[in-house]
Write a protein that binds this ligand. Structure first.
Ligand SMILES: Nc1nc2c(c(=O)[nH]1)N[C@H]1C(S)=C(S)[C@@H](COP(=O)(O)O)O[C@H]1N2
Ligand SMILES: [Mo]
Length: 425
């Protein structure tokens, strides 16, 4: 096993073991295949298969891979669904498992009736149908959407024993295709007085948020497609505003109106729900960016170890500021760190999959990940984060956020049986 070079304490190997591949990893993996036995034909090899449906769904054996719902009885109120990160892999969230927050339920929109108006401080106000938008040049890009309230359970003074889905399930990543807003605003023309764009949805909430014009011109799009198919009802069918890397709430779904204005609207969601009241009584408004974050998805709570030996530690990292440049992984609660391998391509403002080779010796271990982005940001340690932003039970600092924009480290403690507990380390 000479190619397996230790990179940090408690069994972490150099990530280049994955690149060297072959011999070293094969040696480390010995013993994980099933025992040699006579291979027989199972029943499915002797019968015709089932018919191919027009729209495919996952295997019936994957029934457990579903979102968790905040409103399982479908009462007439808001409704949230969380992505099962611990049961997924790679970097793309399947459409049926994309997290969803719909404050007034999903609007059911007939695309032929839907209109998007662009007006206010423009030279020519315009109204578009979905069909008209399809005639414009489109762009595709991967990006994550994350609710500002994602990871809120991490503010608890005691670590909550729950899966990555429960802790961090309000973030997902997809390939979005649509029309850049800069294209549409070139056509409407922009009055030089315009500084903000107020976006409004067609749902019963008429959710509206104010977005700086500079962001709209930079990389905002009216998204029409999600992972190749039309945007899902829960993601805003037939069209949504997509603001890569910015707070989920601003990505207005069922988008029907964009008004260019000199001032922000101070709408309900920007001045109340998604404004944090600080201990000094002031509101922290317009917290736009979802900052650099990462978490290990396997092993994790509910994804346990089956005996000592070799494991791939794996998780997702992302930053609303740009690309992930580095992820470090620890197996000893942050005493020592090894650099993880990043799966190419690493896309800006997108999920990035990281992996680290690890040999569990059966003893105590605390697994952590920590991410860096290309704008020089680093994911804060829990101690730093709590000192700056507070923790529900502690006397908070003047910058304390009661329950939003948590981006510190998640720690998984492995017990002697391979069980995984959520700890603060
Ligand atoms: N019109 C409208 N847009 C909306 C919402 C909504 O309820 N109505 N929810 C917002 C919130 S709080 C978030 S976090 C994101 C979630 O996007 P998703 O449901 O597509 O994951 O959509 C935002 N856009
Ligand atoms: Mo949200």
């Amino acid at each position: 096993m000479k190619d397996l070079v230790p990179a940090a304490g408690n069994g972490l190997y150099d990530r280049r073991a994955f690149l060297r591949g072959g011999a070293a990893l094969a040696a480390a993996m010995t013993g994980y295949s099933v025992k040699a036995e006579t291979l027989t034909d199972p029943v499915w090899s002797n019968e015709p298969g089932t018919l191919v449906p027009p729209y495919g769904t996952p295997s019936k054996y994957e029934k457990g891979v579903v979102r968790t719902l905040s409103n399982p009885d479908f009462e007439p109120r808001n409704s949230h669904a969380r992505t099962p990160h611990h049961l997924l892999h790679g970097t793309v969230t399947p459409n049926g498992l994309h997290f969803t927050i719909s404050h007034g339920g999903n609007a059911e929109i007939d695309p032929a009736q839907h209109r998007l108006a662009i007006h206010g401080l423009v030279k020519r106000p315009l109204v578009f149908t979905a069909e008209a938008l399809m005639r414009y040049p489109t762009v595709s890009r991967f990006t994550f959407v994350e609710c500002g309230g994602n990871s809120a359970p991490m503010f608890s003074p005691e670590p909550i024993q729950a899966s990555v889905q429960a802790l961090h399930g309000l973030a997902s990543c997809a390939e979005w295709t649509g029309v850049p807003l800069s294209t549409l605003l070139e056509e409407t023309g922009i009055d030089p007085k315009a500084k903000w764009v107020i976006a409004e949805g067609a749902d019963s909430q008429r959710l509206s948020r104010s977005v700086p014009l500079a962001k709209i011109m930079d990389d905002a799009m009216v998204a029409l497609f999600q992972n190749g198919e039309r945007v899902m009802p829960g993601q805003g069918y037939p069209m949504r505003l997509l603001l890569p890397g910015w707070e989920g709430n601003m990505n207005v779904k069922w988008l029907r109106r964009l008004e260019l204005a000199e001032q922000p609207a101070m709408s309900y969601y920007e001045s109340r729900t998604y404004s944090q009241i600080l201990p000094n009584g002031k509101a922290f408004r317009f917290y736009f960016i979802q900052e650099v974050k990462s978490y290990i998805t396997r092993p994790s709570f509910g994804v346990e170890l089956k005996g000592p030996g070799f494991y791939e530690i794996s998780g997702v990292a992302y930053s609303g500021n740009g690309k992930i440049t580095k992820v470090m992984v620890s197996a000893d609660g942050g005493k020592s760190w090894a650099e993880a391998a990043l799966q190419e391509p690493v896309n800006s403002k997108s999920f990035t999959r990281f992996r680290a080779p690890w040999e569990w010796n059966g003893g105590p271990a605390v697994l952590q990940s920590r991410a860096w982005d290309d704008q020089g940001n680093v994911q804060p340690t829990r101690a730093d984060f709590v000192a700056k932003r507070g923790e529900a039970a502690k006397v908070p600092s003047p910058l304390a956020f009661p329950n939003q924009h948590f981006n510190s480290i998640t720690s998984w403690a492995i017990d002697a049986n391979g069980g995984v507990r959520h700890v603060y380390a």
